[in-house]
Design a protein around this ligand. Sequence first.
Ligand code: PLP
Length: 399
Amino acid sequence: MRFSKALSRIKPSASIAASQRARELRAEGRDIIALSAGEPDFDTPEHIKQAAERAMAAGKTKYPPVSGIAELREAIVAKFKRDNHLEYSTREVMVSNGGKQVIVNALLATVDEGDEVIIPAPYWVSYPEMVNLCGGTPVIVKSSAENGFKLTGEQLEAAITPRTKWLMFNSPCNPSGAVYSPAEIKALTDVLLEHPQVGIISDDIYEHLVYGDTRFATPVEVEPRLRDRVLVVNGLSKAYAMTGWRVGFAAGPEALIKAMDKIQGQVTSGVNSIAQWAAVEALNGPQQFIAEWQQVFQQRRELVVSMLNDAEGIECQVPEGAFYAYPCCAALIGRTTPEGQRIESDEDFTKALLESEGVALVHGGAFGLSPNFRVSYAAAEEDLRNACERIQRFCASLS
Ligand code: PLP
């Protein structure tokens, strides 16, 4: 079989590969703690599962409309009004198989060969690959730890060309946990007001996971004049612990939503009808558990950040949101393991850590910014404490 050029343009997901390696080692009988996956360890709340059962029992099992059942699109409209003070009509929202499909739909609908998409690094591993798959050119702009891993207006201005189509914006950010304040967002939207060819794909999937005094804001709320060129991406996976249900959604200009609907209609059709009814309950039902989970994540964040900062050679900023920490291991590059292996990169670091202490993490190179690594703290406190002790022991063993 000769495979397509599109296939050769993409690489597999490093976070899925890390989780896979952890599973293999576990199957060999090794004691492994995997902090590599991007999903909450909580189960989907009972009232949401019950809504799915009711939908099944009521025979809601036929093909749903491509862009989502009317009840869910109405719930999404209400969510944007309630949480983000944004007014959308049901024709300006749609439902897809996770935030992932929303983004691919949007890129397929708008990106031609040679079109550029600005992606601030560190980035979610899938963004550049999605752009590559669609024939576009990812333009990676590295942020710095000094700047809280956030893109500045000057950096954005310098990266824009006449071929720029989109800025891929993600706050709270996977993997850094950075959350942009309204003022930091405004610095970016002010630049984009001067460049009418550039839109924003705002990936708000971690919206509800912000801690302490940090408040979530989304670009179109900060700068309503950009409404016609912003696609808001969101979904149920993270805040509602519904990763396996595969429900994401989008809000944006009607013409773009229509174009995305056309693509989805020829690829997957509407999202699983049962999952859509569960999503209606998730969005319209009680929201209290989100605040409770937020508290749990915040405690885990404090634990992980302080234990990582106690590890020899590791420096970890306090992430403001999501459930990731993104520590720097620059001081350990060039050191040697007790087995005689020299650590040349963050990838060497995470590989040696997995082999010697059984802790699975994802190296920063996969997210476009080294030498760092991502720790997912969406895991039980005992596992987090145990994993951090192992990381401390591993770092202390390097010479
Ligand atoms: N966006 C970001 C930044 C993510 O981290 C993820 C999942 O890891 C997604 C989007 C996609 O989530 P889903 O397709 O489950 O909605």
